[in-house]
Design a binder for this molecule. Structure first.
Ligand code: SF4
Ligand code: SF4
Length: 370
């Protein structure tokens, strides 16, 4: 491999000193290339971008209305120890949950970052827009957001609270909490926000965006919800390991049943995978060990705008999804708009026909020994 031509020995030695072997570092770079949709030939460039990151681009991480679950997700990351490798190498000048400084000292750090500007601004949590409902040190959160957005080189909203309001904005939402983009509109600041939806954020998505920024010096291509297309370009249902069961009409009807132990499709248990776009089946959580559906829980759609209200009740099946093999249309729930439901039903039916005609289902079943 040619990585050594692009990464200095000194940098590799420094990583080794921190307990990260060269092999693991290059493995991480290869995985990040794949995450960014690049061929493994780009591994040396990714490695080089990370070395350049050791020059510590500054990061200001602000917490608004949330339970700090995304910070938790960041510090618990083990693959590939993202916190050490990229985010600790970046200069996280301010994150009030994990920084050592407190009080006046912390406020001074924050004021300096604001003065210097050109930082990556990461926001965790929704933004209360009702006066007096979200204050830090006597200042409204929305005003803090406005002040820090202007000088930022890039703004990343992490987790569903920061992207579209998430759990804190659920009905009846007395604090009128909204996501970062919506809040910025109210303040008159016109800046792009990268929305990394999910509850909590998947740290690998955050690493992917940061490396993409370092590698190309630009922000990734975004969809109409401000989410990077590379992570939110496909619906979970199209990529799900239980898809062959869906296509064959094999469903879990009850938790604790034999069908559940057989790993059948969770659609009838309320799975929102057919209406949720994210690479969860591929990227997974916790050192890639598992993800929601892999662990036996239906997807509750936390990557989508309007969550959680849009998909409550979580265990109620989606309406209007045509089930191949049964030929019927479920019309029990009416929580989701008829147009969207019909579009989903059509999309799934078309996909199922294409899968069946290409022999995908049969092949998959053969693989599984069914
Ligand atoms: S309905 Fe859910 S469990 Fe079933 S195949 Fe689709 S995403 Fe997977
Ligand atoms: S599988 Fe569904 S519920 Fe689980 S993290 Fe992904 S989008 Fe959220």
């Amino acid at each position: 491999m040619g990585e050594k031509h692009l990464v200095s020995e000194q940098f590799l030695d420094a990583l080794e000193f921190r307990g990260l072997s060269r092999r693991d570092f290059l493995k991480f770079c290869g995985a990040t290339s794949a995450l960014l949709g690049l061929s493994e030939l780009y591994t040396p460039q990714v490695a080089s971008a990370i070395e350049k990151a050791s020059k510590r681009p500054p990061v200001v991480w602000l917490n608004f209305a949330s339970d700090s679950g995304c910070t938790e997700s960041l510090i618990k990351a083990t693959y590939p120890n993202a916190a050490d490798l990229v985010l600790d190498i970046l200069s996280i000048d301010y994150n009030e949950t994990i920084m050592a400084a407190a009080g006046k000292q912390a406020e001074e750090v924050l004021a300096k970052s604001l003065k210097d500007g050109r930082y990556i601004l990461i926001i965790e949590g929704g933004v209360p827009t009702k006066k007096g409902h979200g204050m830090i040190a006597g200042k409204e959160m929305i005003d803090i957001l406005k002040d820090f957005s202007g000088p930022a080189a890039a703004i990343i909203a992490v987790g569903s609270c920061a992207t579209f309001g998430g759990v804190p904005s659920a009905n009846p939402n007395p604090s009128q909490i909204v996501g970062v983009s919506e809040a910025l509109k109210k303040t008159g600041v016109n800046k792009a926000v990268i929305n990394l939806d999910l509850c909590p954020v998947n740290v690998e998505y955050l690493v992917g965006v940061v490396v993409n920024y370092l590698l190309l010096g630009s922000l990734p291509e975004l969809d109409s919800f401000g989410r990077p297309k590379m992570f939110y370009g496909r619906i979970i249902h199209d990529n799900c390991e239980r898809r062959a069961h869906f296509d064959a009409g094999r469903f879990v009807e009850q938790f604790g049943s034999k069908e559940e132990t057989m790993g059948y499709c969770l659609y009838k248990m309320g799975c929102k995978g057919p209406m949720t776009s994210s690479e969860c089946p591929k990227v997974r959580y916790n050192d890639k060990i598992n993800w929601c559906i892999g662990a036996g829980a239906p997807c509750i759609g936390c990557a989508e705008q309007g969550w959680p209200d849009k998909f409550a009740r979580f265990y109620e099946r989606l309406p209007g999804v045509k089930i191949p093999g049964f030929g019927g249309i479920e019309t029990t729930a009416d929580k989701i708009g008829a147009v969207a439901a019909a579009a989903t039903a059509a999309g799934i039916a078309i996909h199922a026909v294409a899968s069946a005609s290409s022999g995908r289902t049969k092949d998959k079943e053969k693989e599984e020994g069914k």
